[in-house]
Design a protein around this ligand. Structure first.
Ligand SMILES: [Fe+2]
Ligand SMILES: [Fe+2]
Length: 457
Protein backbone atom coordinates (compact mmCIF):
# COMPACT_ATOMS: atom_id res chain seq x y z
CA UNK A 1 0.00 0.00 0.00
CA UNK A 2 1.27 3.49 -0.82
CA UNK A 3 2.08 6.04 1.85
CA UNK A 4 -0.87 8.23 0.91
CA UNK A 5 -3.22 5.26 1.15
CA UNK A 6 -1.70 4.31 4.48
CA UNK A 7 -2.21 7.82 5.78
CA UNK A 8 -5.83 7.88 4.63
CA UNK A 9 -6.48 4.54 6.28
CA UNK A 10 -4.94 5.71 9.56
CA UNK A 11 -6.96 8.91 9.44
CA UNK A 12 -10.23 6.99 9.00
CA UNK A 13 -9.25 4.59 11.75
CA UNK A 14 -8.49 7.53 14.04
CA UNK A 15 -11.86 9.15 13.33
CA UNK A 16 -13.55 5.81 14.04
CA UNK A 17 -11.64 5.49 17.29
CA UNK A 18 -12.73 8.97 18.33
CA UNK A 19 -16.33 8.07 17.49
CA UNK A 20 -16.18 5.06 19.83
CA UNK A 21 -14.33 7.12 22.41
CA UNK A 22 -17.18 9.67 22.34
CA UNK A 23 -19.70 6.84 22.59
CA UNK A 24 -17.90 5.34 25.57
CA UNK A 25 -17.65 8.72 27.28
CA UNK A 26 -21.40 9.33 27.02
CA UNK A 27 -22.55 5.80 27.83
CA UNK A 28 -20.30 5.63 30.91
CA UNK A 29 -21.93 8.83 32.15
CA UNK A 30 -25.29 7.04 32.13
CA UNK A 31 -24.55 3.41 32.94
CA UNK A 32 -22.10 1.35 34.95
CA UNK A 33 -19.16 -0.27 33.15
CA UNK A 34 -20.90 -3.67 33.24
CA UNK A 35 -24.00 -2.48 31.35
CA UNK A 36 -24.28 -4.23 27.94
CA UNK A 37 -24.44 -0.98 25.98
CA UNK A 38 -21.23 0.16 27.66
CA UNK A 39 -19.39 -3.13 27.13
CA UNK A 40 -20.28 -3.21 23.45
CA UNK A 41 -18.97 0.36 22.92
CA UNK A 42 -15.83 -0.44 24.91
CA UNK A 43 -15.25 -3.56 22.78
CA UNK A 44 -15.44 -1.48 19.62
CA UNK A 45 -13.15 1.15 21.11
CA UNK A 46 -10.66 -1.51 22.15
CA UNK A 47 -10.62 -3.11 18.69
CA UNK A 48 -10.04 0.17 16.90
CA UNK A 49 -7.35 1.28 19.36
CA UNK A 50 -5.58 -2.06 18.82
CA UNK A 51 -5.63 -1.50 15.07
CA UNK A 52 -4.37 2.04 15.53
CA UNK A 53 -1.46 0.84 17.69
CA UNK A 54 -0.66 -1.96 15.23
CA UNK A 55 2.88 -3.21 15.82
CA UNK A 56 4.10 0.04 17.42
CA UNK A 57 5.27 0.31 21.04
CA UNK A 58 2.78 3.09 21.68
CA UNK A 59 0.79 5.87 20.04
CA UNK A 60 0.58 9.51 21.06
CA UNK A 61 -2.63 11.49 20.70
CA UNK A 62 -2.21 15.22 21.26
CA UNK A 63 -4.07 18.44 20.60
CA UNK A 64 -2.13 21.41 19.26
CA UNK A 65 -3.88 24.66 18.39
CA UNK A 66 -7.27 22.94 18.39
CA UNK A 67 -6.11 20.29 15.92
CA UNK A 68 -5.86 16.64 16.99
CA UNK A 69 -2.41 15.20 16.29
CA UNK A 70 -1.67 11.48 16.01
CA UNK A 71 2.00 10.48 16.41
CA UNK A 72 3.10 13.95 15.37
CA UNK A 73 0.83 14.11 12.31
CA UNK A 74 -2.01 16.67 12.48
CA UNK A 75 -5.40 15.30 11.46
CA UNK A 76 -7.08 18.10 9.53
CA UNK A 77 -10.67 17.02 9.15
CA UNK A 78 -13.82 18.79 10.16
CA UNK A 79 -15.56 15.95 11.85
CA UNK A 80 -17.89 16.17 14.84
CA UNK A 81 -16.28 13.21 16.66
CA UNK A 82 -12.85 14.80 16.43
CA UNK A 83 -14.20 18.17 17.53
CA UNK A 84 -15.96 16.70 20.56
CA UNK A 85 -12.83 14.84 21.64
CA UNK A 86 -10.55 17.85 21.07
CA UNK A 87 -12.84 20.08 23.11
CA UNK A 88 -13.08 17.57 25.92
CA UNK A 89 -9.39 17.03 26.45
CA UNK A 90 -8.68 20.73 26.21
CA UNK A 91 -11.29 21.39 28.89
CA UNK A 92 -9.51 18.84 31.07
CA UNK A 93 -6.20 20.66 30.65
CA UNK A 94 -4.69 17.65 28.86
CA UNK A 95 -1.90 18.15 26.31
CA UNK A 96 -1.40 14.59 25.20
CA UNK A 97 -2.32 10.98 25.85
CA UNK A 98 0.04 8.06 25.30
CA UNK A 99 -1.48 4.63 24.73
CA UNK A 100 0.93 1.71 25.06
CA UNK A 101 0.80 -1.59 23.20
CA UNK A 102 0.29 -3.30 26.57
CA UNK A 103 -3.31 -1.98 26.46
CA UNK A 104 -5.90 -4.26 28.04
CA UNK A 105 -9.65 -4.08 27.61
CA UNK A 106 -10.25 -3.71 31.34
CA UNK A 107 -8.17 -0.51 31.42
CA UNK A 108 -10.61 1.36 29.19
CA UNK A 109 -13.52 1.95 31.61
CA UNK A 110 -11.42 3.48 34.43
CA UNK A 111 -9.57 5.64 31.92
CA UNK A 112 -12.80 6.96 30.36
CA UNK A 113 -14.29 7.51 33.80
CA UNK A 114 -11.31 9.65 34.70
CA UNK A 115 -11.79 11.73 31.55
CA UNK A 116 -15.46 12.09 32.47
CA UNK A 117 -14.66 13.55 35.85
CA UNK A 118 -15.04 17.26 36.21
CA UNK A 119 -11.87 19.25 35.71
CA UNK A 120 -11.90 20.82 39.17
CA UNK A 121 -11.77 17.37 40.78
CA UNK A 122 -8.52 16.56 39.04
CA UNK A 123 -6.87 19.94 38.89
CA UNK A 124 -4.25 19.42 41.55
CA UNK A 125 -3.93 15.65 41.55
CA UNK A 126 -1.58 13.86 39.20
CA UNK A 127 -3.79 12.10 36.66
CA UNK A 128 -1.18 9.40 36.08
CA UNK A 129 -1.12 8.66 39.77
CA UNK A 130 -4.89 8.28 39.75
CA UNK A 131 -4.68 5.94 36.77
CA UNK A 132 -2.07 3.85 38.50
CA UNK A 133 -4.29 3.53 41.55
CA UNK A 134 -6.92 2.00 39.24
CA UNK A 135 -4.30 -0.39 37.85
CA UNK A 136 -4.35 1.39 34.48
CA UNK A 137 -0.77 1.21 33.21
CA UNK A 138 -1.15 1.54 29.46
CA UNK A 139 -2.32 5.15 29.42
CA UNK A 140 -0.09 8.10 30.26
CA UNK A 141 -1.33 11.66 30.35
CA UNK A 142 0.50 14.94 30.04
CA UNK A 143 -1.59 17.63 31.67
CA UNK A 144 -1.09 21.20 32.86
CA UNK A 145 0.58 20.00 36.06
CA UNK A 146 3.18 17.91 34.25
CA UNK A 147 6.29 20.00 35.01
CA UNK A 148 5.40 20.31 38.66
CA UNK A 149 4.72 16.58 38.97
CA UNK A 150 7.96 15.75 37.13
CA UNK A 151 9.92 17.75 39.70
CA UNK A 152 8.24 15.79 42.49
CA UNK A 153 9.12 12.53 40.72
CA UNK A 154 12.75 13.63 40.37
CA UNK A 155 13.23 14.59 44.01
CA UNK A 156 11.42 11.54 45.29
CA UNK A 157 13.72 9.36 43.15
CA UNK A 158 16.72 11.09 44.78
CA UNK A 159 15.22 10.28 48.16
CA UNK A 160 14.65 6.63 47.22
CA UNK A 161 18.18 6.01 45.96
CA UNK A 162 19.52 7.89 49.00
CA UNK A 163 17.62 5.51 51.24
CA UNK A 164 18.78 2.49 49.23
CA UNK A 165 22.44 3.50 49.41
CA UNK A 166 22.04 4.08 53.11
CA UNK A 167 20.49 0.62 53.52
CA UNK A 168 23.51 -0.92 51.79
CA UNK A 169 25.84 1.09 54.00
CA UNK A 170 24.05 -0.15 57.11
CA UNK A 171 23.92 -3.72 55.84
CA UNK A 172 20.09 -3.65 55.55
CA UNK A 173 18.07 -5.26 52.80
CA UNK A 174 17.48 -3.19 49.67
CA UNK A 175 13.84 -2.31 49.05
CA UNK A 176 13.49 -3.47 45.43
CA UNK A 177 9.86 -2.36 45.18
CA UNK A 178 10.69 1.25 46.12
CA UNK A 179 13.46 1.43 43.53
CA UNK A 180 11.28 -0.04 40.81
CA UNK A 181 8.59 2.47 41.68
CA UNK A 182 11.04 5.36 41.45
CA UNK A 183 12.24 4.14 38.04
CA UNK A 184 8.65 3.72 36.83
CA UNK A 185 7.89 7.34 37.75
CA UNK A 186 10.97 8.60 35.91
CA UNK A 187 10.33 6.39 32.86
CA UNK A 188 6.69 7.53 32.63
CA UNK A 189 7.80 11.17 32.65
CA UNK A 190 10.45 10.40 30.02
CA UNK A 191 7.87 8.75 27.77
CA UNK A 192 5.53 11.72 28.13
CA UNK A 193 8.13 14.45 27.59
CA UNK A 194 11.83 13.93 28.22
CA UNK A 195 12.88 17.58 28.18
CA UNK A 196 11.66 18.45 31.69
CA UNK A 197 13.64 15.60 33.24
CA UNK A 198 16.72 16.12 31.08
CA UNK A 199 16.95 19.69 32.31
CA UNK A 200 16.55 18.53 35.92
CA UNK A 201 19.38 16.07 35.33
CA UNK A 202 21.72 19.04 35.09
CA UNK A 203 21.34 19.56 38.83
CA UNK A 204 24.50 18.08 40.28
CA UNK A 205 24.50 18.02 44.00
CA UNK A 206 28.05 17.64 45.13
CA UNK A 207 27.22 16.71 48.74
CA UNK A 208 25.05 13.84 47.65
CA UNK A 209 27.00 13.18 44.49
CA UNK A 210 26.11 9.52 44.26
CA UNK A 211 22.39 10.21 44.75
CA UNK A 212 22.06 12.79 42.01
CA UNK A 213 24.49 10.94 39.73
CA UNK A 214 22.44 7.73 40.01
CA UNK A 215 19.16 9.49 39.22
CA UNK A 216 20.72 11.57 36.43
CA UNK A 217 22.21 8.51 34.74
CA UNK A 218 18.81 6.82 35.04
CA UNK A 219 17.15 9.80 33.30
CA UNK A 220 19.72 10.13 30.52
CA UNK A 221 19.87 6.36 29.90
CA UNK A 222 16.09 5.90 29.71
CA UNK A 223 15.69 8.97 27.49
CA UNK A 224 18.38 7.55 25.17
CA UNK A 225 16.86 4.05 25.24
CA UNK A 226 13.50 5.54 24.26
CA UNK A 227 15.08 7.44 21.35
CA UNK A 228 16.91 4.32 20.19
CA UNK A 229 13.61 2.42 20.19
CA UNK A 230 13.94 -0.14 22.98
CA UNK A 231 10.64 -1.69 24.15
CA UNK A 232 8.94 -0.21 27.22
CA UNK A 233 9.98 -3.20 29.36
CA UNK A 234 13.61 -2.84 28.24
CA UNK A 235 13.52 0.90 28.99
CA UNK A 236 12.33 0.18 32.53
CA UNK A 237 15.08 -2.42 33.00
CA UNK A 238 17.71 0.00 31.71
CA UNK A 239 16.34 2.59 34.15
CA UNK A 240 16.75 0.24 37.10
CA UNK A 241 20.24 -0.83 36.00
CA UNK A 242 21.21 2.82 35.62
CA UNK A 243 19.78 3.83 38.99
CA UNK A 244 21.78 1.07 40.72
CA UNK A 245 24.87 1.11 38.48
CA UNK A 246 27.29 2.58 41.04
CA UNK A 247 25.87 0.86 44.11
CA UNK A 248 29.16 -1.04 44.48
CA UNK A 249 30.90 2.26 45.27
CA UNK A 250 29.55 1.90 48.80
CA UNK A 251 32.10 -0.87 49.26
CA UNK A 252 34.89 1.42 48.06
CA UNK A 253 36.78 3.03 50.98
CA UNK A 254 35.93 6.72 51.38
CA UNK A 255 39.57 7.81 51.13
CA UNK A 256 39.67 6.39 47.63
CA UNK A 257 36.19 7.48 46.60
CA UNK A 258 36.60 11.08 47.74
CA UNK A 259 40.32 11.52 47.17
CA UNK A 260 41.02 14.93 45.70
CA UNK A 261 43.57 14.37 42.98
CA UNK A 262 44.73 11.41 40.98
CA UNK A 263 44.49 7.87 42.32
CA UNK A 264 47.67 5.82 42.64
CA UNK A 265 47.87 2.35 41.15
CA UNK A 266 46.55 0.53 44.22
CA UNK A 267 43.75 2.99 44.77
CA UNK A 268 42.76 2.72 41.13
CA UNK A 269 42.67 -1.07 41.48
CA UNK A 270 40.31 -0.70 44.45
CA UNK A 271 38.15 1.76 42.54
CA UNK A 272 37.84 -0.65 39.63
CA UNK A 273 36.24 -3.21 41.95
CA UNK A 274 32.95 -1.32 42.19
CA UNK A 275 31.16 -2.95 39.24
CA UNK A 276 31.94 -6.40 40.68
CA UNK A 277 30.88 -5.37 44.20
CA UNK A 278 27.69 -3.87 42.76
CA UNK A 279 26.96 -7.06 40.84
CA UNK A 280 27.38 -9.11 44.02
CA UNK A 281 25.08 -6.78 45.94
CA UNK A 282 22.15 -7.00 43.59
CA UNK A 283 22.50 -10.25 41.70
CA UNK A 284 20.84 -12.31 44.42
CA UNK A 285 18.06 -9.84 45.14
CA UNK A 286 14.57 -11.25 44.74
CA UNK A 287 12.46 -9.50 42.11
CA UNK A 288 15.46 -8.17 40.20
CA UNK A 289 15.97 -9.48 36.70
CA UNK A 290 19.41 -11.02 36.02
CA UNK A 291 20.01 -8.51 33.24
CA UNK A 292 20.15 -5.71 35.85
CA UNK A 293 23.15 -7.34 37.56
CA UNK A 294 24.80 -7.63 34.19
CA UNK A 295 24.29 -3.93 33.46
CA UNK A 296 25.86 -3.04 36.81
CA UNK A 297 28.79 -5.36 36.12
CA UNK A 298 29.36 -4.05 32.59
CA UNK A 299 28.82 -0.29 32.91
CA UNK A 300 32.57 0.44 32.58
CA UNK A 301 33.19 -2.16 29.88
CA UNK A 302 33.52 -0.85 26.38
CA UNK A 303 32.45 -2.31 23.04
CA UNK A 304 36.12 -2.15 21.96
CA UNK A 305 36.81 -4.80 24.63
CA UNK A 306 38.53 -2.19 26.81
CA UNK A 307 37.44 -0.83 30.16
CA UNK A 308 36.91 -2.84 33.33
CA UNK A 309 36.35 -5.47 34.64
CA UNK A 310 38.53 -6.96 31.92
CA UNK A 311 36.06 -8.51 29.47
CA UNK A 312 36.69 -11.90 27.94
CA UNK A 313 38.13 -11.77 24.49
CA UNK A 314 35.54 -10.75 21.87
CA UNK A 315 32.88 -10.39 24.54
CA UNK A 316 31.02 -7.12 24.13
CA UNK A 317 28.81 -5.64 26.80
CA UNK A 318 25.05 -6.03 26.28
CA UNK A 319 23.12 -3.36 24.39
CA UNK A 320 21.58 -2.20 27.69
CA UNK A 321 25.01 -1.78 29.32
CA UNK A 322 26.22 0.21 26.32
CA UNK A 323 23.34 2.67 26.74
CA UNK A 324 24.17 3.11 30.43
CA UNK A 325 27.87 3.62 29.61
CA UNK A 326 27.04 6.65 27.44
CA UNK A 327 24.73 8.17 30.06
CA UNK A 328 27.22 7.50 32.88
CA UNK A 329 30.17 9.06 31.05
CA UNK A 330 28.16 12.11 30.01
CA UNK A 331 26.92 12.80 33.52
CA UNK A 332 30.35 12.20 35.06
CA UNK A 333 32.09 14.52 32.55
CA UNK A 334 29.66 17.38 33.15
CA UNK A 335 29.88 17.25 36.95
CA UNK A 336 32.16 19.31 39.18
CA UNK A 337 34.21 16.94 41.39
CA UNK A 338 37.06 17.54 43.82
CA UNK A 339 39.54 16.43 41.17
CA UNK A 340 37.83 17.60 38.03
CA UNK A 341 36.57 20.76 36.37
CA UNK A 342 33.46 19.77 34.50
CA UNK A 343 33.15 19.85 30.75
CA UNK A 344 30.32 21.91 29.33
CA UNK A 345 27.50 19.77 27.86
CA UNK A 346 28.65 20.61 24.32
CA UNK A 347 32.28 19.75 25.06
CA UNK A 348 31.26 16.51 26.76
CA UNK A 349 29.25 15.44 23.71
CA UNK A 350 32.15 16.41 21.42
CA UNK A 351 34.72 14.50 23.46
CA UNK A 352 32.57 11.39 23.56
CA UNK A 353 31.97 11.66 19.83
CA UNK A 354 35.73 11.78 19.26
CA UNK A 355 36.33 8.81 21.58
CA UNK A 356 33.74 6.82 19.64
CA UNK A 357 35.36 7.63 16.34
CA UNK A 358 39.00 7.28 17.36
CA UNK A 359 38.98 4.37 19.76
CA UNK A 360 35.49 2.86 19.59
CA UNK A 361 34.74 3.54 23.27
CA UNK A 362 31.01 3.83 22.72
CA UNK A 363 28.47 2.20 20.46
CA UNK A 364 28.55 4.23 17.23
CA UNK A 365 24.82 3.99 16.47
CA UNK A 366 23.75 4.84 20.02
CA UNK A 367 26.19 7.74 20.11
CA UNK A 368 24.64 9.14 16.94
CA UNK A 369 21.16 9.00 18.50
CA UNK A 370 22.57 10.56 21.68
CA UNK A 371 24.09 13.52 19.80
CA UNK A 372 20.81 14.10 17.97
CA UNK A 373 18.85 13.87 21.20
CA UNK A 374 21.03 16.41 22.99
CA UNK A 375 20.94 18.99 20.15
CA UNK A 376 23.70 21.42 19.09
CA UNK A 377 23.36 23.16 22.42
CA UNK A 378 22.39 20.34 24.79
CA UNK A 379 19.75 21.03 27.42
CA UNK A 380 21.51 22.65 30.38
CA UNK A 381 24.06 24.55 28.26
CA UNK A 382 24.66 28.14 29.32
CA UNK A 383 24.84 30.55 26.42
CA UNK A 384 25.34 34.20 25.58
CA UNK A 385 22.66 35.78 23.39
CA UNK A 386 23.13 38.56 20.84
CA UNK A 387 21.24 40.79 23.28
CA UNK A 388 24.16 40.29 25.69
CA UNK A 389 21.91 38.36 28.07
CA UNK A 390 23.00 35.00 29.53
CA UNK A 391 20.60 32.10 29.24
CA UNK A 392 20.20 28.42 29.99
CA UNK A 393 19.03 26.04 27.25
CA UNK A 394 15.84 24.70 28.74
CA UNK A 395 14.22 22.50 26.10
CA UNK A 396 13.56 21.91 22.43
CA UNK A 397 10.08 21.77 20.95
CA UNK A 398 11.35 20.39 17.65
CA UNK A 399 14.64 18.83 16.69
CA UNK A 400 16.87 21.17 14.63
CA UNK A 401 14.91 24.23 15.77
CA UNK A 402 16.37 26.86 18.05
CA UNK A 403 15.86 25.97 21.71
CA UNK A 404 13.65 27.50 24.36
CA UNK A 405 15.85 29.20 26.96
CA UNK A 406 15.62 30.78 30.37
CA UNK A 407 17.42 34.10 30.64
CA UNK A 408 19.05 34.12 34.05
CA UNK A 409 21.20 37.23 33.71
CA UNK A 410 20.19 40.50 32.11
CA UNK A 411 22.43 42.63 29.90
CA UNK A 412 23.61 44.59 32.96
CA UNK A 413 24.99 41.45 34.56
CA UNK A 414 22.21 41.14 37.14
CA UNK A 415 20.85 37.71 38.04
CA UNK A 416 17.15 37.35 37.36
CA UNK A 417 14.92 35.59 39.89
CA UNK A 418 12.36 33.12 38.51
CA UNK A 419 13.26 33.56 34.84
CA UNK A 420 10.49 32.73 32.38
CA UNK A 421 10.96 30.70 29.22
CA UNK A 422 11.78 32.49 25.97
CA UNK A 423 11.42 30.79 22.60
CA UNK A 424 14.44 31.61 20.41
CA UNK A 425 12.34 30.79 17.34
CA UNK A 426 10.24 33.93 17.92
CA UNK A 427 10.71 36.53 15.19
CA UNK A 428 10.11 40.23 14.82
CA UNK A 429 6.90 40.41 12.78
CA UNK A 430 8.05 43.44 10.76
CA UNK A 431 11.61 42.46 9.94
CA UNK A 432 11.21 38.65 10.04
CA UNK A 433 14.45 38.43 12.03
CA UNK A 434 14.84 36.39 15.19
CA UNK A 435 14.34 38.45 18.35
CA UNK A 436 17.25 36.74 20.07
CA UNK A 437 19.92 34.29 18.93
CA UNK A 438 22.71 32.33 20.57
CA UNK A 439 26.18 33.76 19.95
CA UNK A 440 28.24 31.28 21.92
CA UNK A 441 28.36 28.83 24.76
CA UNK A 442 29.79 30.28 27.99
CA UNK A 443 31.49 28.74 30.97
CA UNK A 444 29.61 29.73 34.10
CA UNK A 445 32.41 28.53 36.37
CA UNK A 446 34.81 31.01 34.81
CA UNK A 447 32.30 33.68 35.75
CA UNK A 448 32.13 32.35 39.27
CA UNK A 449 28.47 31.45 39.04
CA UNK A 450 27.16 28.48 40.99
CA UNK A 451 25.84 26.00 38.39
CA UNK A 452 23.20 24.67 40.76
CA UNK A 453 21.81 28.14 41.35
CA UNK A 454 21.47 28.55 37.61
CA UNK A 455 20.06 25.09 36.92
CA UNK A 456 17.42 25.24 39.64
CA UNK A 457 16.13 28.62 38.45
FE1 LIG B 1 30.85 3.39 37.86
FE1 LIG C 1 28.68 6.19 37.46
Amino acid sequence: MSNAQDEKKTKLLFIDTMKFMGGALSSLKLYPATHPSVTSTLNKLYDSLRKLIGDKNRIVIAVTRNIPVLDGVPIYESNSHLQTFTKLIQERGIELIIIKSSLKKKELAPFIELLNKKQDDTETEDLNFQLEKEDVKSFLIKDINFTENTKKTYFSAIETIGKTLNDVRMGNKINVYENKRAVKGLVNSILIDKTALLSLSMIKNFDDYLYSHSVNVCIIATALAEEIGFSDDDITNIGLGALLHDIGKLKTPKEVLLKPGKLNEDEWKTMKMHPTSGYELINDLKGVDKIIGRMVYEHHMRPNVKGYPQPNENATPTAESQVIAIADTYDACTTLRPYQTPLSPTDAVMRMKKMTKDTGDFNTDYMEVFIKMMGIYPIGTTVRLDTNELALVSRYTKQNDAPIVKIFMNRDGKLIDNPGEIDLNDKNLDTGKHLRSIIAEIDILVRNLDPNVIHTK
